[in-house]
Design a protein around this ligand. Sequence first.
Ligand code: COA
Length: 390
Amino acid sequence: MKIGIDKIGFYTPHLYLDMNKLAVSRDIDPGKFTIGIGQEKMAVPPVTQDPVTLAANAAYEILDEADKEQIDFVIFGTESGIDSSKSAAVYVHELLGINPNARAIEVKQACYGATAAIQMAKGHIALNPESKVLVLGSDIARYGLNTSGEATQGAGAVALVICADPGIMALEDKSAYMTADVMDFWRPVYSDKAFVNGKLSNEQYIAFFADVWEQFKQKSGLDLKDFEAITFHLPYTKMGKKALKPVLEDAPEDVQERLKANYQISTGYNRNVGNIYTGSLYLSLLSLLEQKEDLKPGTRIGLFSYGSGAVGEFFTGILQSNYRDYLKTENHNKMFASRKEVTVPEYEAIFEETLPTNGSTVKLDTDADPAVICLAGISENMRQYVNKLK
Ligand code: COA
């Protein structure tokens, strides 16, 4: 039985910051951000968007009534969760009106969370072939104003429906993974900003990719020539390139050229959104699927997932015959085209506008946010969400 990705939804907030302008205001050569790091625009989440609403908006565009009936498991991968106890999946389950006879949980391992969710979903479908699983990867990446991580912030979510006989991509069985205790990135529960050892995280990412790729080759008997493209977790778009380069060295020239060209296409959306942590790898996959017009069904795509701390995994999928019919390319083109630019002072003000942590009540202006699903406020320590179309 084929199990894999049937639909992919994506949402990013309606505001963005131009990285050239951020560089100038920080007295940095813009080339560092646009070439050295590889980012053009950074999504800026208004206070009316949090990881729950981002995920719900991403899922909203793909779920039809049949999906809502068949989904019996909602798995939410995040590292910027809003509650240490209640899972973000329960809120999304309610906001979208999913079948009450469903499980709903949150999983965490930095940017690896959504991949863990997909692997769990595969097992669930193998046991329950009539079911569907909704996997969500949703985050707001916050390092702080004037920090070295500032240029690698972002916000957004990816939603995936996993089921039998999938429309987009069948996931193959062989997978290679590893865990090692590394303090390259972490966020203690008392902090709303991440702590990071940037250089160490780069080194570990590259080392994890080299390791799981070697393991994968041995387990599967496959080599680079068997891949149409390899997609990466992209904290910034230069990162995957750094990891791919040493591995490509032994490949024939034509294979190197193909993988390099397709890598570039797979960075398209990420370059204009920034880091979305758990959803980042799947945003890269989406960039490739929606932006490479001659990508052929039947070809194999590699996926490298890395979550600091750290867990890495390499796995693969085969594109299905009518995969294009399952994509929402038009919606995503419109979403990018209708975004509004903010100035650096406006971005800084939005960044500083945080929610109260002292139990006070707040009502937010959801009319200023064009998203269907918004955070409307907080009352008695409970977040109040609104689905404007429900
Ligand atoms: N034109 C072009 N490139 C330039 C440049 C310019 N004017 N100025 C600098 N660069 C290049 C540097 O050579 C470097 O390239 P390299 O990595 O290929 O050597 C790149 O820009 C970044 O410069 P660097 O000095 O290393 O930046 P930094 O000290 O500000 O740190 C990060 C960059 C990504 C480590 C930092 O933003 C960070 O910690 N981000 C969060 C953590 C993260 O995303 N980790 C990834 C693994 S999950």
